[in-house]
Write a protein that binds this ligand. Structure first.
Ligand code: F6P
Length: 547
């Protein structure tokens, strides 16, 4: 990276105060913090909008929280929040407002974009989605041959896939089990081949989800899906109207593809792809769980939005989560955050969060275009517990890196069977306890461990974690949880002074791929003008395809 220009963040009073505070407390072990403050486990907790956060196992004191909140104020977080909710064009590099909060606004609310209240538009689309979903779910909507639709396939990628597939998996418990839901995203033909292998085209509905309706993967998969459908129902082009609907902001491209504009569900350029699962991009979710459950999910989002907008920073869940991430990553030098849901239904949640967090804040210049001299987004990753415990937790407990963890758990299982849930929850609590407090050499020796083995069995502890607890995984809870992370990402982006809503970093690879595709496909030697490595790989692949 080029020499960093001194950015304003690291010269702020609040930042300097935190740096000095870090020097003062960074060596204090969590064991000491807990021993010195018996109420810590109750005090560093916060319950709001249906979620309970225990953040006591972070390496913080009251002063840390106060200083972090002060930094947030100094960075202008209050006015940035207001700007977002008011529809200001805070996505500066694309000149757009950022209004995913409008997607879960309540009827009667007013949010203006260029003088136009967008709330009625949002509800009009929701009503159209509801009408369509009910038709499909009740069997009133028939396929071309008169059969009812039993399979729904969402075709999309990035935000047009990760949200829908995550929400479907998360809310499967509430879904119509007589229907099959699948998701195609990858341009790898295996994805579509496997998704349709056992399905009857006459019973299959494709939801082509693409904000731009130009994305290579989605358009290629949509064209292949159309061929598969037509081949399966006798080639009559009219079948497309009964088996394809589109979710997009680009009506022109939708009708170019052959989808009846009446079967298009719109959204707006002020909804970022990774913030769109509660827009019409959630059509497959609504088809799976029904309108009421979908609306309940929106209500959960809205509840967290209001909390974020109104609660004082010290009692504000997304603000605290965002600031703790800054503390762990910018001051303690942690480079990642592990997201560990102890809930099998949330198995795609970490993958969803990867786009939300890293596409938003994986930036190296500020809003003004100045190169930052601090780290921005940590790397988010994770797996459901308890599976991860038998895989990578070794590194979290005893490796050389500091990996802050977000544990997510629910008081009640949706599938209560025997003692499973007690054992599941015991594991979450145990992991967070082990990470924080570890096991000293003295304790290991006291168990009769031979001297040579002691160091191997020592757990340093002092490893930070959050625990997010909710009662049960419901549509409302999912909405609250996603909104929590969305606003935590925003909070971090404001501190780092980034545009969290553009994604220029995905462009170069796309452009180069477009250049290479014809070079792989041309019958004649395309002439090799790349670097020697890329030229060699292209030659090798062309040779493998034969003459
Ligand atoms: O390549 C990145 C990206 O632009 C994401 O931001 C977006 O969610 C995804 O591609 C899909 O875009 P679209 O919905 O326009 O097909």
């Amino acid at each position: 990276m080029t020499a960093a220009i001194q950015s304003r963040l690291t010269s702020r009073q609040g930042w300097k105060a935190l740096a000095a505070h870090y020097d003062a407390i960074s060596k204090v072990h969590l064991r000491t913090l807990f021993a010195d403050d018996p109420d810590r486990g109750e005090r560093f907790t916060l319950e709001a909008a249906g979620l309970y956060l225990d953040y006591s196992k972070n390496r913080i004191t009251d002063e840390t929280v106060a200083l972090l909140c002060e930094l947030a104020r100094e960075c202008g977080l209050p006015s940035r929040i207001e700007s977002m909710f008011s529809g200001d064009k805070i996505n500066v590099t694309e000149g757009r407002p950022v209004l995913h909060v409008a997607l879960r606004s309540v009827p009667g609310q007013q949010i203006f974009v260029d003088g136009h209240n967008v709330v009625p538009d949002v509800h009009e689309v929701l009503d159209k989605m509801a009408g369509f979903s009910e038709q499909v779910r009740t069997g009133a909507w028939k396929g071309h041959t008169g059969k009812r639709i039993r399979n729904v396939i969402n075709v999309g990628i990035g935000g047009s896939d990760l949200g829908p597939v995550m929400a479907y998996e998360a809310l499967k418990h509430y879904s119509d089990r007589s229907m099959t839901f699948r998701f195609i995203s990858n341009i790898d033909s295996t994805d579509i081949a496997e998704a349709v292998v056992d399905l009857d085209p006459a019973e299959t509905l494709f939801v082509i989800s693409s904000k731009t309706f130009t994305t290579l993967e989605t358009m290629t998969n949509a064209a292949t899906a159309r061929e598969w459908l037509l081949a399966g129902v006798g080639g009559d082009q009219r079948a497309v109207a009964r088996h394809f609907v589109a979710v997009s902001t680009n009506a022109e491209k939708v009708s170019e593809f052959g989808i009846d504009p009446a079967n298009m569900f719109g959204f707006w350029d002020w909804v970022g792809g990774r913030y769109s699962m509660d827009s019409a991009i959630g059509l497959s979710t609504m088809l799976a769980i029904g309108t009421n459950n979908f609306r309940a999910m929106l209500a959960g989002f809205h509840e967290m939005d209001e909390h974020f907008r109104c609660a004082p920073f010290e009692r504000n869940l997304p603000v605290l989560m965002g600031l703790l991430s800054i503390w762990n990553n910018n001051f303690f030098g942690a480079e990642t955050i592990a997201v560990l849901p102890y809930e099998q239904y949330l198995k795609r949640f970490p993958a969803y969060l990867q786009q939300l967090t890293m596409e938003s804040n994986g930036k190296h210049v500020t809003l003004n275009g100045d190169t930052v001299d601090y780290d921005t987004s940590p790397i988010y990753w994770g797996e459901p517990g308890t599976n991860g415990q038998h895989s990578f937790y070794q590194l979290i407990h005893q490796g050389t890196r500091l990996i802050p963890c977000d544990f997510i758990a629910f008081n009640q299982s949706l599938n209560p069977i025997g003692r499973h849930h007690d054992m599941l929850l015991a594991n979450v609590f145990a992991q967070a306890e082990a990470l924080a407090f570890g096991k000293t050499a003295k304790e290991v020796r006291a168990e009769g461990t031979p001297d040579w083995l002691v160091s191997h069995r020592v757990f340093e502890g002092n490893r930070p974690s959050n625990i997010i607890l909710a009662d049960q995984l419901t549509p409302e809870t999912l909405g609250r949880l996603i909104s929590l992370y969305e606003h935590s990402v925003f909070t971090q982006g404001v501190i780092w002074n980034l545009d969290s809503f553009d994604q220029w970093g995905v462009e170069l690879g796309k452009v180069l791929a477009q250049r290479i595709i014809p070079e792989l496909e041309s019958k004649t030697d395309p002439g090799f003008t790349h670097d020697s490595s890329t030229n060699n790989l292209i030659r090798r692949y062309r040779k493998s395809k034969g003459p």
